[in-house]
Design a protein around this ligand. Structure first.
Ligand code: SF4
Length: 367
């Protein structure tokens, strides 16, 4: 398999600077985009740095020692993130996921969790606050995250076999440390714990059944993610995608599984359960079963750019508005207009041409 690594032309700079609106529009929590999709789910990248070099996300050849990560001053402060979170909640956001890079590498991340964990949605319910981590330092952080108010977590784990896992993370990081992190998270009371495995045909697909066997009966929810053409650097080819239907077939052959209804409209994972009642498992099929029709997700980059799709090519610079004196009402009006203009449905339109297009890197806007 010959991965072709394309040098990164810095897509991070491509952003629209929304003008400061003069006519203000108060949010009613029901803003909808051009496909009638509400804004319910915000993913916030709190750092573009990571201690892994997963080949499908941050290939070492590109994110090497010369790579220009963002200087700290460019990152949104925790106060700026919290201010923006309130503006998004006013438009209907009910769930916030902290991502990266590796979010636990951001110093004092617990402080941000504290600030966000006290927020409530428009209908007075607690915000659904979660975080996606590679688990590398979770064993050390789990307790303090819970004390700060975090309720649940998602851990990325691409194999149970140590050699395969090290090949996927490409920094020789041992699987046991991530498993220790999962255990520490459970012991600290984080629940449910979701485990995400990105499946790359011919690299780690042989790990599907062993990983399922490991987590079966644990109460943790294992999800298998189709390898995606995110960004412009991971050498994606359709040949390397193992369709979720084949993943389910393997699980059914090994354990017996049957489908479950979604928890809510717009849920990313398709839910399945083991016939013997020993737990839930899921698949996330952006390539073979696009779910753009119900996509209610927005993404905020580490330096305050808003992206309307994981496969976006440009963002909207909200940090500039924040730092040039925009009021919350102006931020809110601008956000409402941006969302109303959204028509993204990349996975429904994927083609050879779109695959080659320069897209923002997943490590910059979070998965
Ligand atoms: S491809 Fe874009 S629009 Fe479609 S589900 Fe993913 S993020 Fe949403």
């Amino acid at each position: 398999m010959t991965d072709r690594i394309i040098p990164l032309l810095d897509e991070r700079v491509v952003a629209v600077r929304p003008p400061l609106p003069h006519e203000l529009q108060a949010p009613d929590g029901r803003v909808a985009d051009r496909l009638g999709r509400p804004l319910r789910d915000l993913r916030i990248s709190v750092t573009d740095r990571c201690n892994f070099r997963c080949t499908y996300c941050m290939p070492k050849e590109v994110f090497d020692k010369n790579y220009a990560f963002l200087p700290h001053g460019d990152l949104l402060t925790f106060e700026e993130i919290t201010r923006l979170a309130r503006v998004f909640i006013d438009h209907g956001v009910e769930k916030i996921r902290l991502t990266g890079g590796e979010p636990l590498l951001r110093r004092s991340i617990e402080r941000l969790v504290e600030l966000l964990a006290v927020l409530t949605t428009r209908n007075g319910r607690p915000l659904d606050l979660t975080l996606t981590t590679n688990g590398s330092i979770l064993a050390r952080k789990a307790r303090s995250l819970v004390d700060a108010g975090l309720k649940r977590v998602t851990v990325s784990l691409d194999a149970l076999d140590d050699a395969v896992f090290k090949r996927m993370n490409d920094v020789d990081f041992p699987v046991t440390d991530v498993l220790d992190g999962v255990q520490a998270a459970a012991a600290a009371g984080l629940a449910p714990i979701k485990i995400n495995m990105v499946v790359r045909r011919g690299v780690n697909d042989q790990e599907i059944v062993p990983l399922a066997r490991h987590f079966k009966g644990s109460g943790h929810i294992l999800r298998f993610i189709e390898f995606m053409d995110v960004g412009s650097t991971n050498g994606w080819r359709m040949d390397d995608v193992l369709p979720s239907a084949q993943v389910i077939q393997r699980l059914d052959d090994a354990f017996g599984v049957e489908p479950l209804d979604p928890n809510y409209v717009g849920e990313v994972a398709e839910r399945w359960t083991y016939r013997d009642g020993s737990g839930e498992v899921g698949v996330i099929s952006s390539v073979t079963q696009a779910f753009c029709r119900d996509c209610t997700r927005a993404r905020l980059s580490t330096e305050g750019k808003l992206y309307l799709c994981l496969f976006a090519q440009r963002g909207y610079d909200l940090r500039n508005m924040l730092r040039t004196g925009a009021s919350d009402a102006q931020m809110s009006t601008a956000l409402g207009r941006i969302w109303q203009g959204r028509g993204d449905r990349y996975s429904e339109l994927r083609s050879d041409e779109t695959v080659r297009a320069k897209k923002i890197e997943m490590s910059y806007i979070g998965g």
